[in-house]
Ligand binder design. Structure first.
Ligand code: TTP
Ligand code: MG
Length: 367
């Protein structure tokens, strides 16, 4: 099945955010990472902007080396909370462009745009779909620049590998689409190290076999590559021809979080009922916190003797992550059951829904 995959990766992500927050640094080399302590610092570079990269500075390099390469650079510590906030906003923004999104890392994602291919096969249809994909990419770049003031690079291709290699080929601030008929000539002349999945060790082994470029790999049989590299040999050969069937790994959206408790014996003991219920409230709240969610809808479930089950729900005016609001409103709902119905209780439960991701919510003042 033909697919169209868009890969997006923010340019010098941590450094660009710092530049945005501190306009006085604009145009200067910026290095994010450990404290260089005048060249005596330990730890590594997280990233450097493209100005600093001109001095040979890059991610994972010892910070002391970076300091020696460019002592006049601006060295800043990692402010992860700030970068995660920007990441959340960007992911929220790009998610509008496809129903299938893989968040690959803090600054990288894949979008499945295969729906642009309508069912008619053929060259013309494919060309039109790639044109549309490029238009979407332009829109995404423009929107991120306008709303987040950050540059990014986008690559489009028939699978994840090609899309990612496309991005890497036009960094920074680039955009490129590699349609299926261009795939082989696009990857062929590139160094084997540029293929996702080939690390320095594999590249070294390949070199010893006389393989320098991706097209060189195509001269070998699958049997020989499997003998040398195990199961990875098969993948390497497929990839050398531009074939990659890896699916996007998407996150299920959480629609509701709930817990319930069944009493060993049906009960009317208020203390027993509320003790169990409080435990449920705490458990549900923990999950909400772990997933960084704000909830709007609180539903309480009560089952009386004889399996008669009732639910009551309350929709809050504003999404919140406030424990005291949850505790108060949930107990109020449960109490309403108990004052109306005098049967014994078999089960109590609580469910939260109508979630908003904390990072997307601009109205959320607290939590
Ligand atoms: P990358 O996307 O690999 O790098 P980048 O965005 O800084 O630069 P570009 O994509 O333009 O080449 O990683 C994203 C962020 O992850 C990066 O800004 C900092 C962090 N990071 C580390 O902390 N350590 C690392 O070794 C790498 C590679 C990245
Ligand atoms: Mg990046």
């Amino acid at each position: 099945m033909e697919r169209i995959i868009l890969h997006i990766d923010m340019d010098a992500f941590f450094a660009q955010i710092e530049e945005r927050e501190n306009p006085q640094f604009k145009g200067k080399p910026i290095v994010i990472g450990a404290d260089p302590k005048n060249g005596k610092g330990r730890g590594v570079v997280s990233t450097a902007n493209y100005e600093a990269r001109k001095h040979g500075i890059h991610s994972a390099m010892p910070i002391s080396w970076a300091w020696r390469a460019c002592p006049e650079a601006i060295f800043l510590p990692v402010n992860m909370a700030l970068y995660e906030r920007a990441s959340g906003k960007i992911m929220g923004l790009i998610s509008k462009y496809s129903s299938s999104v893989e968040k690959r890392s803090v600054d990288e994602a894949y979008l499945d745009l295969s729906s642009l291919l309508n069912r008619k096969p053929g060259k013309q249809n494919l060309e039109a779909a790639y044109k549309k994909a490029e238009e979407i990419a332009k829109k995404i770049k423009k929107e991120i620049l306008k709303k987040e003031k950050l540059p990014c690079t986008i690559g489009i291709g028939p699978n994840k590998m090609i899309a990612k290699m496309a991005t890497n080929s036009v960094k920074p601030n680039g955009l490129i689409a590699i349609s299926p008929e261009k795939v082989k000539e696009f990857i062929g002349p590139q160094d084997t190290r540029k293929m996702p999945g080939i690390g320095p060790k594999t590249a070294e082994q390949l070199k010893k076999m006389g393989v320098n470029t991706i097209s060189d790999i195509r001269n070998f049989s699958e049997d020989l590559l499997v003998e040398k590299f195990g199961i990875m040999g098969e993948t390497i050969l497929k990839r050398a021809f531009g074939i990659d069937e890896e699916e996007l790994i998407t996150e299920e959206e959480i629609k509701s979080i709930g817990k319930e408790h069944t009493f060993e014996k049906d009960t009317r003991d208020a203390e027993e009922i509320f003790t169990a219920f409080e435990k449920i409230i705490k458990g549900v709240y923990e999950e909400v916190k772990e997933n960084h969610l704000l909830f709007r809808c609180i539903t309480v479930i009560c089952r009386f003797s004889g399996f008669e089950t009732h639910t009551k729900a309350k929709s809050l005016k504003q999404a919140t992550a406030d424990y005291s609001v949850l505790n108060r409103e949930a107990k109020k709902l449960l109490l309403r059951f108990l004052v109306k119905n005098f049967k014994k209780v078999r089960l109590v439960g609580l469910r939260l829904s109508s979630f908003v991701d904390k990072q997307d919510d601009k109205t959320a003042g607290r939590g």
